[in-house]
Design a binder for this molecule. Sequence first.
Ligand SMILES: *[C@@H]1O[C@H](CO)[C@@H](O)[C@H](O)[C@H]1NC(C)=O
Ligand SMILES: *[C@@H]1O[C@H](CO)[C@@H](O)[C@H](O)[C@H]1NC(C)=O
Length: 302
Amino acid sequence: MKQEQHNHQKRLVSVALKLAKPTAYFTLLLLTYTLGYLSSPSATSLPSTPTPTINELTNLPSQLDNFRVTSHCADPLPAELVRQTILHRVYNGTSPFEGFPPAHVSSLLRHQRIKGWGSTGAVFDHLIQKVKPRTIIEVGSFLGASAIHMAGLTRELGLDTQILCIDDFRGWPGFRDRFKDIQMINGEVLLMYQFMQNLVSKNASESVLPVPFSSASALGKLCEWGVYGDLIEVDAGHDFLSAWSDINRAYRVLRPGGVIFGHDYFTSADDRGVRRAVNLFARIHGLKIKLDGQHWVIDSTN
Ligand SMILES: *[C@@H]1O[C@H](CO)[C@@H](O)[C@H](O)[C@H]1NC(C)=O
Ligand SMILES: *[C@@H]1O[C@H](CO)[C@@H](O)[C@H](O)[C@H]1NC(C)=O
């Protein structure tokens, strides 16, 4: 800031040099430096605080303590029971795709409206080839771009994979400024219906299920039901506390030997907190972070 101000003054002076006579120049020079000096912030800086160690951090009586969850997740269900468990627990036993779309919304949906960010990165291909997942949990799905991409990849490999898409399907406050074509009825934004319509249009409704709740409550329930992921993608809230909560809760339902990964380690959104949350999580658990494009990857086997 100070440097910027200084440069600005220098530019002013050089312009003045070209325009003004020497006396005027010296007056201006004196004036700009005096003004700059008076308006610059005090040079005294705050005393530097020592960076806390990880042990000190984890022992702080802070929100980190809230993640010292001691209850145990249920034993893992076999992969072939995952879809029917979600259908039973969330949808009263009937697939939400049955009779979809209902008559009163079909004219409000686009045949296909897919938009994502980094949703087709090579990381998906790399991890699906490596892990050969039977269950994928995605935290943050929006219109389903990456879920559809992953469904295609698992199909190509002949894997029998279920993808559970956790999202409240509300977007974020103001998202319609950028998605004006997504209809709204009495404040209901139809994001889940458009997500489902996108899956239907890509013939992926047999391998993907929406789990339409907040990430914290949905991940807590998966833990309680014994639904684990071999591969978990975290791409929901990008502020530190959301990312921190999602990663911690998701890691509890990662099958031993599975891989957890997420977007925005490197993009302009990273500084909102994703990178700090991932780094802190990896340090506390002694895990290694690998990078793949804009994505971070944590393989629980090393
Ligand atoms: C749930 O399913 C049962 C039948 O399996 C049905 O009798 C009941 O009405 C359903 N409940 C709701 C809320 O749809
Ligand atoms: C749609 O997907 C199913 C498997 O879920 C497959 O059997 C069927 O052939 C696919 N249909 C088309 C048109 O791709």
